[in-house]
Design a protein around this ligand. Structure first.
Ligand code: GGG
Length: 351
């Protein structure tokens, strides 16, 4: 029997409520096929309040020994500023482990009422590939003359050929497995260095994928087109910031940000990848037992797929589809009144 070691960082807010549900669903889906040794790590804003840092000094070394990382959410504003939680935990993991792509499906499930009047499940089925270690979130910049009236802040985007090319190739590979269309998100009219470079790399790599049709869209036009003609998107590749923003829009198209999952995939297969819902810690609803666990459950399915358990992964997605189609166990964000636990139980029953 296969055995996997998974680090669990439930984190903050609703992360602590949805992660245990995801673990139960994963164990049910695996049955006797494989076993998971879960190791809970208390790294969070509470940990920060106690220790002055989001994870221990050797946190990354500890994580490296695992097969996978399952993360809930980070963020506890205004008590702990969001840049502390993100730069103290999630972003260092993405960068140090070279989790080069962030894979984010956007799908409207049957039974879920999306916000678009004339669009249904057949129209909303995209796969975002987000550049995940540099771009606008590279962390290059600084503040000078701090606290004076001459204060200056610089936040520099970084695009390297090595990285952009491998991310774009990953997206083309995905497009070949799907409907053979790739949309590249750019802003080369206003950002005259990084974005024409991005476009050049996309055009160069496109030469190796003659069967994939490529569309280049300015990020603002892409945001509008996701609303007016979502059916024109198949695989979408974008920079760290642009794809972060557009996938929240994607979550809205799915009916709730509680639904989309995300897979942060390591370039080196010997390094753990990280799986998390797209949503954050949602402090406004934390502790009430009403958070939607579906994004976390789906992220668990992506984790199983990557660990080499595609059958169990598919069963989880089918169970999610069934629960959505039935419509009897949906949380408030999807128009229902089920609790987090009741949704988990319904997914387990569907399995
Ligand atoms: N699910 C993890 C989480 O808390 N995400 C919130 C967030 O702000 N993420 C930023 C990012 O994905 O770059």
């Amino acid at each position: 029997m296969a055995r996997y070691r998974v680090a669990v960082i439930a984190g903050d807010g609703i992360g602590k409520e949805v992660i245990p549900i995801g673990q139960k669903v994963i164990e049910t889906a695996l049955g006797d096929a494989a076993e998971i040794d879960w190791v809970a790590l208390p790294w969070s804003s509470d940990y920060y309040r106690e220790h002055g840092r989001m994870m221990p000094d050797d946190g990354l070394d500890q994580l490296r020994a695992f097969d996978s990382i399952y993360l809930g959410a980070v963020g506890d504003p205004p008590d702990v500023p969001d840049y502390i939680t993100l730069w103290g935990l999630l972003l260092p993991i993405r960068k140090q482990f070279d989790l080069h792509v962030n894979v984010r499906p956007v799908r409207l499930f049957q039974g879920i009422r999306g916000p678009l009047r004339d669009k249904g499940p057949a129209d909303v089925d995209m796969l975002f590939i987000r550049e995940n270690t540099e771009g606008e979130y590279a962390g290059a910049g600084g503040r000078v003359h701090q606290g004076t009236e001459h204060e200056v802040a610089l936040q520099t985007s970084v695009f390297s050929r090595f990285n952009v090319e491998r991310v774009v190739r990953y997206a083309f590979d995905q497009a070949q497995r799907r409907r053979k269309h790739l949309t590249s998100i750019t802003k080369s009219n206003a950002m005259q260095y990084g974005m024409p470079f991005w476009d050049d790399v996309v055009n160069e790599v496109a030469g190796d994928y003659p069967d994939v049709e490529v569309t280049s869209l300015l990020v603002d036009a892409a945001a509008a087109a996701m609303i007016t003609k979502p059916e024109t998107f198949d695989v979408v590749v974008g920079s760290n910031l642009f794809a972060d923003i557009l996938t929240d829009l994607g979550g809205a198209l799915m009916g709730s940000l509680g639904l989309p999952p995300s897979a942060n995939i390591a370039a080196d297969p010997d390094v753990p990848s990280l799986f998390e819902p797209v949503h954050g810690s949602a402090p406004d609803i934390a502790g009430r037992g009403i958070a939607n666990p579906m994004g976390t459950i789906w992220a668990g399915a992506m984790m199983l797929d990557q660990l080499g358990e595609p059958g169990s992964a598919e069963r989880i997605i089918s169970a999610l589809e069934k629960v959505c189609a039935d419509g009897n166990a949906l949380t408030g964000d999807l128009g229902g009144n089920a609790s987090t636990t009741e949704v988990g139980d319904a997914v387990i029953a569907a399995l």
